[in-house]
Design a protein around this ligand. Structure first.
Ligand SMILES: Cc1cc2nc3c(=O)[nH]c(=O)nc-3n(C[C@H](O)[C@H](O)[C@H](O)COP(=O)(O)OP(=O)(O)OC[C@H]3O[C@@H](n4cnc5c(N)ncnc54)[C@H](O)[C@@H]3O)c2cc1C
Length: 430
């Protein structure tokens, strides 16, 4: 029998080490900081706070890494989810430059956490992003040129159409951008590793302990979770796509969407090498992005396809397979061993939504598909802001996310119409 909120049947769960189950929160508890959500944002915040001597309780509704942090593509991209041209236009060149720096620091933070805590999570390097339509080529070329010239970032380079065969046997691409500063990893192993580091540093993590209510007093808050009441000076909301109605004031800033992945059977060496000779993480430029990489046991881990309701497709493998075969028709007879989905949160401009309410409810959400580095960084920024105040937390909090029209209850119809329009455009003309 499957426990409610047990882990999904993903390749990640099948290949990650078990971590001891943590207790359920009971009775009256107290801590300097109570964090809601045991994904990258919550755990990185917890770890950072514990290092400064704060007492920390993490409440997790399900299991550690049960959310998007245990289900994602494992791409650790540089910069922000929005490109530098857009950031310059929206916020000016100085802020855009700071956001680029913070994006690079986020990748460095992931790598340094992995090495400092000895997290075995198959950390690899390099991402290649492909133009899936001819009309995307100029945009990508301009971006490479811009990063190299104005951001001094020479780890990024263009790959002309004639050379794409050197980096993949995938079809339908017109240009590529290789980024040697990007990383990739096994997302659940990374998340469990962060959790273990936090536990070792003295953090108390409670599983199957959903926070249901937060009551704010003048200098502390009470978080209710089943039979437990946690009294804390500060609360951190790190629930992302699973926030639900816990804190309506911030729910309208994000929109939960679902994204899906499959894992093939292990491929033979030749095939794996043909698909991805550099063992990079790979992605394309479609609005509903396809992304993929190889696992250590040479499975292709391929993500593609979104839904915008609270339902997952009845057969995720058949939902994702056409996207996989549109790039690698040679995998037509390859078995798909696993198919799973997860929920992430997007914001209107795809920039993370960080902030603080009433001086003691901190939150970070809306990483818009770029959260492996940016949620890890957001957790650290909140910890820094709580302990000493932090300019980079202020930088992110000042970005001011626009709410989705219609608020939490009515945002879905207009979003669905917009998303479906763009996903339809993906299918028109390559
Ligand atoms: C299929 C998929 C592929 C993706 N691919 C990539 C990728 O390749 N690269 C990338 O950078 N990003 C990717 N993302 C996005 C990335 O996974 C997320 O941005 C990131 O994991 C967010 O981390 P988080 O800690 O904010 O949220 P989560 O990992 O979702 O954690 C939130 C946690 O909060 C818990 N929670 C919610 N409400 C409560 C409550 N009331 N009480 C207690 N606990 C609660 C949930 O159970 C959950 O465990 C992908 C996402 C998905 C779904």
């Amino acid at each position: 029998m499957k426990l409610k909120h047990s882990y999904p049947d993903s390749w990640y769960v099948a290949s990650a080490p078990q971590i001891d189950p943590q207790p359920t929160a009971q009775g009256a508890l107290s801590a300097d900081v109570c964090i809601v959500g045991a994904g990258y944002a919550g755990l990185s915040c917890a770890l950072q706070l514990a290092k400064t001597g704060k007492s920390v309780i993490v409440l997790e509704a399900a299991r550690i890494g049960w959310g998007a942090s245990g289900r994602n593509g494992g791409h650790v991209g540089t910069g922000q989810r929005a490109d530098q041209f857009s950031l310059e236009k929206w916020y000016g060149k100085d802020v855009a430059r700071d956001l680029w720096r913070l994006g690079l620091e986020a990748v460095d933070l992931v790598t340094s956490l992995v090495s400092e805590h000895g997290i075995e999570c198959e950390l690899g390097s390099t991402n290649i992003h492909f133009a899936a339509k001819r009309s995307h080529v100029d945009e990508l070329k301009d971006e490479v040129e811009h990063l190299r010239t104005h951001y001094n970032y020479d780890l990024v380079e263009g790959i002309e159409h004639s050379e794409l065969g050197d980096v993949t046997s995938g079809i339908g691409f017109h240009y590529g951008v290789i980024d040697r500063g990007a990383r990739h990893l096994h997302p659940l192993k990374y998340c469990l590793g962060l959790a273990q580091a936090a536990l070792d540093a003295g953090v108390s993590v409670y599983e199957h302990s959903a926070a249901t209510e937060i009551t704010t007093k003048s200098n502390h808050s009470i978080v209710s979770a089943g039979g437990a009441r946690i009294c804390a000076q500060k609360v951190v909301l790190a629930c992302n796509g699973y926030l639900g109605n816990l804190y309506p004031d911030i729910a309208g800033n994000i929109m939960p969407i679902n994204n899906f992945m499959v894992a093939t059977e292990p491929l033979d060496e030749d095939m794996a090498h043909r698909l991805n000779p550099l063992n990079a993480s790979l992605s394309d430029s479609l609005f509903v992005v396809n992304y993929w990489k190889l696992s250590n046991d040479r499975r292709l881990l391929f993500g593609g396809g979104e839904t915008y309701s609270d339902q997952f497709p009845s057969c995720i493998k058949s939902f994702v397979q056409p996207k996989l075969l549109s790039i690698y028709p040679e995998l037509k007879n390859t078995r798909l061993d696993y198919g799973w989905g997860g929920t992430l949160a997007i914001t209107r401009n795809r920039m993370p939504d960080l902030g603080v309410h009433d001086g003691h409810i901190y939150y970070a959400q809306g990483f818009s598909g770029h959260g492996v580095p940016t949620a890890t960084m957001a957790g650290k920024l909140i910890a820094d802001a709580i302990t000493a105040g932090d300019d980079d937390f202020d930088l992110m909090a000042d970005l001011k996310t626009r709410k989705f029209p219609g608020g939490p209850r009515l945002r879905r119809p207009s979003l669905i119409a917009g998303m479906l329009f763009y996903s339809l455009r993906d299918r028109l003309g390559r």
